[in-house]
Design a binder for this molecule. Structure first.
Ligand SMILES: [Zn+2]
Length: 163
């Protein structure tokens, strides 16, 4: 019988931090097939009490007792922005958070997931820059990201030629 069990080991995908509509974002530099485990959301484990005092914007609640503060820069997943029409989704597995692709993702696409209703209502309701809420702004940012990618590709070629 075929198994459809999700993998919780991030695949070997090339991911890049780049400019997005809302500051920085995380982009796919290689194709990511639907259902793949893209990256783990890592960070420092904190308690409920610490969470209440924390001013971090990168808190991920695992359960009633445990929250991950993903603020450290070595947590590449912290660069993934919110979207109301996301191409990824977070899944909690054995007390850890993994980001999976909801659909096939092409190189150059920005990764995003839905941060959830509470976060949205608290922080994003009036300013969400995702493709669903602000199509024009999101399209402009995607075009800018594509231009940057072209320049990088050109540079790489030149370097290779002279080497
Ligand atoms: Zn939105």
């Amino acid at each position: 019988m075929a198994t459809t069990r999700k993998s919780y080991t991030p695949g070997d995908f090339e991911l890049r931090v780049g400019r997005s509509a809302t500051g920085l974002g995380l982009y796919a530099d290689s194709p990511i097939p639907k259902g793949s485990c893209v990256i783990e959301y890592i960070g420092v484990e904190i308690t409920k009490e610490q969470e209440e005092k924390s001013r971090s914007k990168y808190l991920f609640e695992i359960n009633a007792r445990k929250t991950i503060d993903g603020a450290p820069r070595w947590n590449k997943a912290r660069y993934i922005n919110h979207s109301c029409r996301a191409n990824c989704e977070p899944n909690i597995h054995k007390g850890r958070v993994f980001i999976h692709a909801k659909r096939n993702i092409k190189p150059g696409e920005e990764l995003n997931y839905d941060y959830g209703k509470n976060y949205f209502n608290q922080y994003l309701k009036d300013i969400c820059g995702c493709a669903k809420c602000r199509p024009a702004k999101a399209a402009k940012a995607a075009a800018a990201a594509a231009r940057v990618k072209k320049v990088v590709a050109k540079k790489k070629k030149t370097t290779r030629k002279s080497a």
